[in-house]
Design a protein around this ligand. Structure first.
Ligand code: ZN
Ligand code: ZN
Length: 672
C-alpha cells in the first residue's frame, strides 16, 4: 500500500469512528478550559479500574481537549483491551485538535500496537505531524510483533537518534525470531555505544545464547548482569538458569535457581525443563513433586516437561497422575499439552489413550495430527497411520516435513514398501518439500526391511545429503534381517568410519557373522572393539508396577529377589520348550557350546523382567516392559510363546519400536 492509500485508509476509518462517537454520546463541543485536578483523578480512577464506559460518560464536552485526560483514557483502553472504545477515543482526539500533540500521538500509536492493530500503527506513524524517538520505537515494536524484522531494521537504521528502548526493542526482536547472531552483534554494538541494556534485553540475550548453545557468550552476559546488579531478579535468574541448562551445564543452572531469593512457577519450570531436556527425567519428576509440595501450581509449561519425562521413562502410573492434574487445572485444551499426552500414552504402550486424547481436541493442528500419525507408526499400525493422514488431508491441513517423517516412519515399521515410496514421491513432487536426512533414513529402512538391500545402498550413495552413521546403521540392521554377511561387512565399515565408538554396530556385525558361522570374522570384530576400547552398552529392561520401577540387567544379579526370579524363568522356559520354542543360539555371540549358549540366552534382561512381572502382577494384567536396546531374536520368539502359554498381553518397547505380544503373535509381524 502506498502513502496516499494509507492516508485515505485511515481517514475512512476515522470518519466511521467519528460518526459512531457522535451518535453514541453527547460529545459535541470542546473547550480548552483548565480542568480541576479532582475530575482528572476521578477519571484516572475509573480508567484504572477498567470502567471505561462510565469514564467516557461521566465527562462531557467541556473537558475533552485536555491531553492529560486522553492519556488516562488511552491507557484504560489498553488495559481493557478494548479496540472499539479506543477507536472512539481516537475520533474524539482528532476532533478535539489534540492530535497535534506528539505525546498523545505516541499514546495512540502505543495503543494500536498493543491492541494488535499494526496497520493502523503504520498509517498513524506516517501521518503524524511530529515524531520523536518514542514514535519510532513503537513502530519498531510493531514490526517486530509482526515478524517483519527487515522493516524494523530499516526504521532503526533511519533513526537520527536512538535511546535504550530502541536498542532493546531491536535486540529483543532479533532474539525472538532466533536471529541469534545478529542479536548478539547488535548487543555488543549497543554496549560499545554506552547504552545500558535492561533486564528484558539481557534475558532475551540469554535466550539467544541458549538457542545457539553458546555457553561462552552466555557466561559473558552473566558476568555483565552481575556487574550491573541484574543477576538476582526473577526474570534474570530464570533466564540464566535456562541458558546454562540448554547449554548442557545442568549444575550451574541448578545453582542459580537455588540461589534465587524468591521462587516462582517460572523458576520451577526452568528447573524441570532443564532436567527433562538434559536427559535427567527422574530429576524433572522429583522437582515436580517438590514444586507441588511447596504450593506452586503447575501450568501448561510444567505439564509439557513432566509428561515428556514420563514418556522418556515410560512410566504410565505417574503419567496418568499428571493427566489427572492436567484435567484439574483445565489444561486439556492446550495443544502442546495434548501433544505431550498423546506421546506419553503412546510411549507407555497405551495407544487407545493417545487416540482418546487426540479425539478430545476440537481443532487439532498439524502438530497434533503428526503426533497421532507417529503414534500409530510407533505401534506398528501403518494402515491406520495412512488413514489418519488421508483424513488430515481431507480436512484441508497441509502436511509438512514432520508429518511426512511420521508417515514414512509408520510405513517403514510395517513393511509397507509401495505406500512408503508413494508418499516419499508425493512429498517431493506435489508438496515440493526437500527431504531431510531423516526422510532418506526412513526410505532406506523401508527398502532394507523388504529385502531391497542394493536399492537402499544405491539411494544412500546417490542422495544429495551427506550420509550419517544412523542411515548406514539402518542398512546394517537390514543386512542382519536378510542375513547378508558380505554386504554387512562393507556397510559396517561405513558406519565405523563415521562413528568408530559405536558399540551397537560392532555387536550387530559380530551377530551377523556369528549367524553365518564365520567365527574368524567374529573374532576380528571383537578384537577391533578391544583395540579401540569400545564399550558395549549394557542391556537394561524395566517395568513399573504400583509406582515402583523394577530394573533388570543380564543375570538379574542386582535384583533383591534374583534367585527366585531365575528359578521361575527356568521353569517358564522349559514349559514353552514343550510347546515348541527352540532357543535361537545363533544370536549368541560367543563361540561356545549349545548348552552354555542356552543358559546365556536365558539370562537376558527382558526375559527376567517379564518373568518377574508374571510373578507379581495379577492374572490378566497387561505387562509393559521397556528395554534400552533392541530386543533380540531369541527373546522375541520366547515372548511370543510366553504370551500364549500365560494368556497375557505383553508389550515390549525396545530402542526402536513397540512390540505387542498377544496369543503367540507380535504386532511387528517379525519386522523390527
Ligand atoms: Zn534377548
Ligand atoms: Zn515384535
Amino acid at each position: 500500500m502506498n502513502m496516499v492509500a494509507w492516508i485515505s485508509f485511515i481517514t475512512d476509518r476515522l470518519a466511521v469512528s467519528l460518526k459512531y462517537a457522535q451518535k453514541s454520546s453527547n460529545f459535541c463541543s470542546f473547550s480548552t478550559q483548565p480542568l480541576n485536578p479532582s475530575s482528572i483523578n476521578e477519571l484516572a480512577n475509573l480508567c484504572s479500574r477498567g470502567r471505561l464506559k462510565e469514564a467516557f460518560e461521566s465527562f462531557k464536552f467541556e473537558i475533552w481537549s485536555d491531553p492529560n485526560l486522553f492519556s488516562h483514557l488511552i491507557h484504560g483502553c489498553i488495559s481493557k483491551k478494548s479496540l472499539p472504545w479506543g477507536k472512539q477515543l481516537h475520533a474524539l482526539i482528532t476532533t478535539s485538535g489534540c492530535y497535534l500533540d506528539k505525546f498523545i500521538n505516541n499514546h495512540l500509536l502505543n495503543m494500536y500496537g498493543k491492541l494488535g492493530e499494526l496497520d493502523t500503527v503504520l498509517v498513524l506513524y506516517h501521518v503524524m505531524p511530529r515524531k520523536n524517538v518514542m514514535s519510532s520505537n513503537i513502530l519498531i515494536n510493531g514490526y517486530v510483533q509482526r515478524g517483519d524484522l527487515e522493516s524494523a531494521q530499516k526504521v532503526f537504521n533511519d533513526m537520527p537518534e536512538r535511546n535504550v528502548a530502541t536498542w532493546n526493542a531491536m535486540v529483543i526482536g532479533m532474539m525472538q525470531y532466533e536471529h541469534n547472531e545478529e542479536g548478539l552483534d547488535l548487543f555488543s554494538r549497543m554496549h560499545v555505544l554506552g547504552f545500558t541494556p535492561d533486564e528484558f534485553t539481557l534475558s532475551s540475550m540469554l535466550r539467544g545464547c541458549a538457542g545457539l548453545r553458546a555457553l561462552f557468550c552466555g557466561r559473558e552476559v552473566h558476568a555483565y548482569a552481575i556487574k550491573s546488579g541484574h543477576d538476582l531478579s526473577l526474570v534474570m535468574g530464570s533466564a540464566l538458569a535456562n541458558m546454562y541448562m540448554r547449554c548442557k551445564s545442568l549444575e550451574e543452572g541448578e545453582k542459580i535457581i537455588q540461589g534465587m531469593a524468591i521462587h516462582n512457577v517460572v523458576a520451577c519450570n526452568t528447573l524441570i525443563a532443564g532436567r527433562a531436556q538434559n536427559g535427567y527425567p527422574e530429576g524433572a519428576l522429583e522437582q515436580y513433586s517438590l514444586m507441588k509440595k511447596a504450593g506452586f501450581q503447575p501450568d501448561r509449561i510444567t505439564f509439557v516437561s513432566v509428561l515428556s519425562s514420563c514418556s522418556e521413562l515410560a512410566i504410565l502410573g505417574q503419567g496418568q497422575q499428571i493427566h489427572a492434574e492436567v484435567i484439574k487445572r483445565r489444561a486439556t485444551a492446550v495443544v502442546p499439552v495434548i501433544s505431550s499426552l498423546i506421546s506419553m500414552y503412546c510411549r507407555c504402550g497405551c495407544l487407545e489413550e493417545s487416540i482418546k486424547a487426540f479425539l478430545q481436541c476440537k481443532d487439532a493442528d498439524i502438530v497434533l495430527w503428526s503426533s497421532m500419525i507417529s503414534a500409530y507408526g510407533f505401534h506398528g499400525k501403518g494402515e491406520e497411520a495412512i488413514e489418519i493422514f488421508k483424513q488430515m488431508e481431507r480436512q484441508g491441513l497441509v502436511a509438512n516435513e514432520v508429518t511426512f517423517l511420521s508417515l514414512l516412519y509408520a510405513c517403514s515399521h510395517c513393511g509397507l514398501k509401495d505406500e512408503g515410496l508413494k508418499y516419499f514421491d508425493l512429498m517431493v513432487e506435489r508438496y515440493g518439500l526437500k527431504p531431510w536426512l531423516e526422510h532418506y533414513t526412513c526410505v532406506v529402512d523401508l527398502l532394507g526391511r523388504t529385502g531391497c538391500l542394493e536399492q537402499a545402498e544405491n539411494l544412500i550413495r546417490s542422495m544429495p545429503t551427506k550420509p550419517d552413521a544412523v542411515i548406514w546403521k539402518t542398512l546394517l540392521s537390514a543386512c542382519k534381517i536378510h542375513k547378508n554377511a558380505d554386504m554387512a561387512k562393507r556397510i559396517a565399515k561405513e558406519v565405523l568410519k563415521l562413528d568408530p565408538q559405536d558399540s551397537a554396530s560392532y555387536v550387530l556385525l559380530a551377530n551377523i557373522q556369528a549367524s553365518a558361522k564365520r567365527w574368524d570374522e567374529v573374532s576380528i570384530v571383537r578384537r577391533a572393539m578391544r583395540d579401540r576400547r569400545v564399550k558395549k552398552e549394557p542391556g537394561i529392561s524395566w517395568f513399573e508396577f504400583k509406582n515402583e520401577v523394577h530394573n533388570f540387567t543380564m543375570g538379574a544379579k542386582t535384583h533383591p529377589r534374583s534367585m527366585e526370579i531365575c528359578f521361575y524363568l527356568e521353569i517358564l522356559l522349559s514349559d514353552i520348550k514343550k510347546s515348541g520354542y527352540v532357543p535361537d543360539t545363533g544370536s549368541v555371540l560367543q563361540d561356545m557350546d549349545v548348552e552354555a549358549k542356552e543358559h546365556n540366552l536365558g539370562q537376558h534382561s527382558e526375559k527376567l523382567a517379564i518373568a518377574f512381572a508374571l510373578m507379581i502382577t495379577p492374572p490378566g494384567f497387561p505387562i509393559r516392559v521397556m528395554k534400552n536396546l533392541r530386543v533380540c531374536t531369541d527373546c522375541h520368539t520366547a515372548i511370543k510363546y510366553i504370551s500364549r502359554l500365560k494368556d497375557r498381553e505383553i508389550i515390549v518397547r525396545d530402542a526402536s519400536r513397540f512390540h505387542h505380544f498377544k496369543n503367540g503373535e507380535c504386532s511387528c509381524r517379525d519386522y523390527w
